[in-house]
Write a protein that binds this ligand. Structure first.
Ligand code: NAD
Length: 249
């Protein structure tokens, strides 16, 4: 049995639901202290595993600073930072409010992880820790009507490369996870409509959406010593979607 002082510590954002929730639960199950951050207080309250929770908007600097301060005050260290909170909801380019919505998408998906790493880097240097940022296959390619999300996630993938280079000498690894379609709140519109779901599943070589825990397992791997020589990369977990040219029916 490891003592509390030896227990590794993870901060997970967007932990009230979906991939973040599965990650916060997997890390807790495997013996980490977990600080779970989200805007959704009710969702955080449903977490199983004894995570400490913090309610707040990760697009803002104070919430990221508070997350790191809370982890240090309670547990004394930060080993793993999972910057996972994200939103979709791109509007058509000419729709009213499209640019304001894009700013919010950039704020949560891109500025959030910048604040997150900026707040945590002194602590991560101490532990030679690791960062996993949730990007998307939508950051590797465009998809219809999704320009703001495509831009945010594409920029995030290159941001991860740049941060990985800047912090490699300090022993801090930074990687991106690029999930394909995963059964979570963000894709509810897809998986609740059987016809849309069937059409999408036909395009995925493995023939189904991912479960959140399958993404969480990839986060676990990237954060683990088993991935000790991996930095600046993007791990695509998409059932073969991105490998499939998809021209033939
Ligand atoms: P989800 O909606 O189930 O979970 C996202 C969580 O982030 C929610 O709990 C939400 O409250 C929280 N959140 C949103 N904005 C926030 C903010 N400003 N501050 C703090 N928390 C905030 O969706 P998910 O699929 O689990 O999404 C997790 C990540 O995975 C996101 O970055 C998303 O873009 C990415 N992703 C999801 C899929 C998919 O198919 N589900 C595919 C590729 C990438």
């Amino acid at each position: 049995m490891t003592s509390t002082a030896d227990q590794r510590v993870a901060i997970v954002t967007g932990a009230a639901s979906g991939i973040g929730r599965a990650t916060a639960e997997l890390f807790a199950e495997r013996g980490h202290h977990v600080l779970a951050v989200d805007v959704d207080e009710r969702g955080l309250a449903e977490l199983t595993g004894g995570q400490v929770t913090l309610v707040g908007d990760v697009a803002t600097e104070p919430v990221n600073l508070a997350a790191v301060r809370t982890a240090l005050d309670l547990f004394g260290r930060v080993d793993t930072l999972v910057l996972n909170a994200g939103i979709g909801g791109t509007l058509p380019l000419e729709a009213p409010g499209a640019v304001e919505r894009a700013d919010r998408i950039f704020g949560v998906n891109l500025r959030g992880p910048i604040h997150g790493l900026r707040a945590a880097i002194p602590a991560l240097r101490q532990t030679r820790g690791s960062v996993v940022v949730t990007a998307s296959v939508a950051g590797l390619r465009g998809d219809p009507g999704n320009w703001a999300y495509n831009a945010a996630k594409g920029a995030l993938i290159n941001l991860v490369r740049a941060f990985a280079i800047d912090h490699a000498a300090e022993g801090v690894r930074v990687n991106a996870l690029a999930p394909g379609l995963t059964r979570t709140g963000i894709t509810a519109g897809v998986h609740r409509d059987p016809r849309v779901l069937a059409a999408i599943e036909r395009r995925i070589p493995l023939g189904r959406l991912a479960e959140p825990v399958e993404q969480a397992e990839a986060v676990w791997f990237l954060a683990s010593p088993a991935a000790g020589y991996i930095t600046g990369t993007t791990l695509v977990v998409d059932g073969g979607l991105d490998a499939n040219l998809g021209i033939l029916p």
